[in-house]
Design a protein around this ligand. Structure first.
Ligand code: AMP
Length: 212
């Protein structure tokens, strides 16, 4: 099954995509994680992407599309995948469709997690991420037991783009560039809207219902 999670930054796409990926036994493919890994490894893509990411802007389509094509060609994606953070623009959605068509595949469902802007600011400004394994924590909703990552023990950091001014910029970018995808996938009868408020498990039950 090939699935897409849509929704503003901070909607819980990463959390829900990870849970669903484990349940379905297919990989979660997060463009944000791939770009952060490239940034950490100081590849030419990472160095270029960093300028856009730290300003809360989108990385140019051609870079992200090339990166995702390469990722989706890998063996582990051949039986399905869950996209988290891609596509984020209409050209990206069209490129994905073309890539899948070339191998006789389609998008099965698009899950749109709905969360309002003030909730997003509250969630993201309290988010902390492991500097090594990228596990997410939250100072109020999911605090780490110690001051470090509960999973691997590395230091927790606040992402540069989780500072409030950058969050507001990311929300604006979402409204202008990504929100039109809701209508795009609605027209293709692929969109399932899911209320992104409530406990992580309640939301996950609604995610499961949407894909069954
Ligand atoms: P995320 O972890 O999904 O919130 O992504 C973090 C940042 O990576 C975004 O604010 C963008 O700068 C960049 N990014 C991630 N996915 C994409 C994408 N599909 N297109 C362009 N930029 C992206």
């Amino acid at each position: 099954m090939n699935l897409i999670f849509l929704g503003p930054p901070g909607a819980g796409k990463g959390t829900q995509a990870k849970m669903l990926a484990e349940k379905l036994g297919v990989p979660q493919v997060s463009t944000g994680d791939l770009l952060r890994a490239a940034k950490q490894q100081k590849t030419s893509l990472g160095i270029e992407a960093e300028k856009f990411m730290s300003a809360g802007q989108l990385v140019p389509d051609e870079l992200v599309i090339a990166m995702i094509r390469e990722r989706l060609e890998k063996e582990d994606c051949q039986n399905g995948f869950i996209l988290d953070g891609f596509p984020r623009t209409l050209p990206q959605a069209e490129a994905l469709e073309k890539t899948l068509k070339d191998v006789g595949a389609i998008v099965d469902h698009v899950l749109d997690l709905e969360v309002d802007s003030e909730e997003v600011v509250k969630r993201l400004s309290g988010r902390r991420q492991c500097s090594a394994c990228q596990e997410n924590f939250h100072i109020d909703f999911k605090p780490s037991k110690k001051e470090v990552c509960d999973r691997c023990g590395a230091q927790l950091i606040q992402r540069d783009d989780d500072k409030e001014s950058v969050i507001r910029k990311r929300l604006e970018v979402y409204r202008q560039q990504t929100k039109p995808l809701v209508g795009y996938y609605q027209d293709k009868a692929l969109l399932k809207s899911i209320v992104g408020r409530g406990s992580i498990n309640d939301i996950f039950q609604n995610v499961l219902k949407a894909v069954q």
